[in-house]
Ligand binder design. Structure first.
Ligand code: AHR
Length: 514
């Protein structure tokens, strides 16, 4: 360490846990939007497509990310979607205008194709129902189509469409961002709360949940605030929960951060995203607790952070309206964006007691870690790497951390220069540490990982770059990738010092010495 290098102590103890890391924290999202579906996961005629038209190269990358759960079919799209358009013989399916994204929806891919794709990709489906133009009846009928064994018109229709056995879909979102004026069929909190309650009730009945013995109850997600800058936040969440608390299992929350088109905003605002996300979670955690007390419930409702990412929303759309599968929202992520995504993942881990579902929005082509070329190849975005490392390794329990990191000021207040998360997996005995140095200078981290046995470092991966705006692309797929670093020496079985380069992400793995 050089004399003036910043020094940060990070302490964690195996007995002090935040909570179990729900594998669904590493979920993702696919919407009928741009080229997420058409040209993304589904491209019949592509040299690598299987007999269903699913791109095998994309499925390979989804598996590499170890995504357990995928939300579908929207997003804003779902609020104008009639699910019956997307089932049955393909030649009879209607071509429609999608009023959420001003594109043309061919409906070649729908519920049955999604279920098949989920099987091929090894992920669990998380369906969303339309609460914009859709009715309570439409929602219940989709549950019946998916989950009822047979003997009714809808379940027999599913069977005739090739799915003899019910899909038994467990996770369901009751609408999407219903607090937003941009949403098709937007409602105020009271109206949505009442509608969501009725939808939840009949969706459960359609799933056979008339009594408490139902072997496979639905896990229902009620629509929370689209972001914490909404004027209605957090009243929206309180009101909606007061209407629905006994019937639902999760409150959804969404948040995207951006540096901004033209990069005119202070960098500190963007680099403080992870800490801001932490505060947003804190407010909704408190809102859930308040409503739980108010409605006298013993049940715990959790948070489903089912859309989060970096997204340059201020970028202009260049594609004309009503195209099929246009190139829209195809953000190319910079090295700096990967640092922000790594910090946001740390925030999810540090709140895993209440956040039980996380969906990186989205998965392919649309603000996504995986990019494809129509008829061509793929590349991994910069953000792919921190997600892959944590999703594959940071499992088990998250540990509480104490850190004396310096802080910087930004529009949200202050944020830590060194952002950390620590997990311990009792199944493997492995400890994972994810460290993001948002400082403009290198810093030394002094780790103390107590009550975890005698540790030795087994992996160190690092992302650094001299260019904060470096990106990957079809021509330079490995321009920004993680590199292996020198393993830190562990002193007394629990202490390690490590120098973190300026603006870097470092991932460390430790295991117990037998
Ligand atoms: O993920 C892109 C869009 O962002 C989703 O459709 C919507 O829910 C959110 O505003």
């Amino acid at each position: 360490m050089t004399k003036n290098m910043r020094h940060t102590k990070i302490f964690a103890d195996g007995n002090l846990t935040v909570g179990r890391v729900d594998p669904n924290l590493y979920g993702s999202f696919l919407e009928h939007l741009g080229r997420a579906i058409y040209g993304g996961i589904y491209e019949p005629g592509h040299p690598d497509a299987d007999e269903n038209g699913f791109r095998r190269d994309v499925i390979g990358l989804v598996k590499e990310l170890a995504v357990p759960l995928v939300r579908y079919p929207g997003g804003n799209f779902v609020s104008g979607y009639d699910w019956t358009d997307g089932v049955g013989p393909k030649e009879k399916r209607p071509v429609r205008l999608d009023l959420a994204w001003f594109t043309t929806e061919p409906n070649e891919f729908g519920t049955d194709e999604f279920m098949k794709w989920c099987r091929a990709a090894g992920v669990e489906p998380m369906m969303a129902v339309n609460m914009g133009t859709g009715t309570v009846k439409d929602a219940a009928r989709l549950v019946e189509y998916c989950n009822h064994a047979g003997g009714t018109e809808l379940s027999e229709y599913r069977r005739s469409n090739g799915a003899d056995k019910p899909y038994n879909v467990r996770y369901w979102c009751i609408g999407n961002e219903m607090d937003g004026s941009w949403q098709i069929g937007h409602l105020d909190a009271e109206s949505y709360g009442k509608k969501a309650l009725e939808a939840a009730k009949v969706m459960r009945w359609a799933n056979g949940e008339m009594d408490e013995d139902c072997p496979s109850p639905l896990r229902l997600v009620v629509s929370g605030s689209s972001n914490h800058e909404m004027k209605t936040f957090p009243e929206w969440d309180r009101i909606v929960l007061e209407h629905t608390y006994p019937q639902v299992d999760y409150l959804s929350m969404h948040r995207y951060y951006e540096y901004g088109a033209g990069r005119k905003r202070p960098l500190e605002d963007f680099l403080g995203s992870a800490d801001d996300m932490h505060r947003f979670i804190g407010t909704l955690r408190a809102t859930i607790e308040y409503v739980r007390a108010k409605v006298r419930s013993e049940k715990q409702v959790y948070l489903s952070f089912d859309e989060w990412n970096v997204w340059t929303q201020s970028a202009e759309r260049t594609e004309p309206a009503w195209k099929r599968a246009p190139h829209i929202l195809e953000d190319v992520y910079t090295f700096q964006d990967a640092l922000v995504v790594a910090g946001m993942l740390n925030t999810l881990l540090n709140n895993c007691d209440i956040v039980r579902i996380g969906c990186l929005a989205q998965l392919v082509n649309v603000i996504a870690p995986i990019m494809t070329k129509n008829g061509g190849g793929t590349f991994r975005q910069t953000t792919f790497y921190p997600f892959r490392a944590l999703s594959n390794n940071a499992r088990g329990v998250a540990l509480r951390t104490i850190s004396d990191s310096a802080r910087f000021e930004n529009m949200y207040g202050t944020a830590r220069c060194l952002n950390e998360a620590v997990t311990y997996d009792p199944a493997t005995g492995e400890v994972c540490v994810s460290l993001v140095n948002y400082g403009q200078e290198a810093c030394e981290a002094e780790l103390e990982l107590r009550s975890l046995g005698n540790l030795k470092a087994t992996e160190r991966t690092e992302m650094t770059s001299s260019d904060l705006f470096a990106v990957n692309g079809f021509d330079c797929p490995e321009n920004v990738v993680p590199h292996e670093g020198e393993l830190p020496r562990v002193k007394d079985g629990s202490k390690a010092k490590i120098v973190l380069p300026a603006m870097s992400w470092t991932f460390l793995k430790f295991s117990r010495i037998a």
